[in-house]
Design a protein around this ligand. Sequence first.
Ligand SMILES: N[C@@H](CCC(=O)N[C@@H](CS)C(=O)NCC(=O)O)C(=O)O
Length: 216
Amino acid sequence: MAEARQENRRVLWGAGTPRTLRAHWILRELDLVYESRPIGPRTGETQTPEFTSINPSQKIPVLQDGDITLSESAAIVTYVAEAYGKERGLVPTALKERARYYQWCFFTMMELDADTTYVIRRHEDLKHLYGEAPNAAKAAREIFRKQAGVVEKTLAAAGPYILGGQFTGADILLTTCLTSAVRRQIEIPESLRKYVDRITQRQAYQLAQQANQREN
Ligand SMILES: N[C@@H](CCC(=O)N[C@@H](CS)C(=O)NCC(=O)O)C(=O)O
């Protein structure tokens, strides 16, 4: 952290997960120069004294941007979009539009990430670490499907992006949750597959995918 502050550098910690992808993606959307420290989860790299002093919760991603150090992927996406992407509309400036932006960010992070996809990941793929919990994983799949249905209706009523005509940081969060769901064999409606296919064609997404590789 001291390093980033002293030299006013931008440093992104973390790679290899959908959450770290979000941070790489927003930086690439805005063509921002940054230094990548591609540390990974469950490698011990988030437990070092250096990283713990940067993020006591020992989680990635973390962005150091001059004198600010931020964790939480949704906060990083929103901060970068507001700080450097106002003219691109990546976070709406009008209060009520911004309120809808927050609504979709929080909805996505809770309903499609923490409450569902992450429960499934923890108790299926990572059951050796977190324990087997088939009922919890089954319920999480059902909840995901139900909440994905809400997204489907919203996009059908006023797409092509979750806030309507404008691509925003909320689409970054949503897309990464939907791609994670597909990877976990959670069925998503055809229209959401098309949404993902369209958005993942963005050059910034492709560049972020490369940057998010652990071997980089
Ligand atoms: N809510 C946080 C979750 C961050 C998180 O859980 N990150 C995981 C990787 S996806 C992690 O760093 N785990 C620490 C470790 O396993 O060492 C966010 O969206 O940024």
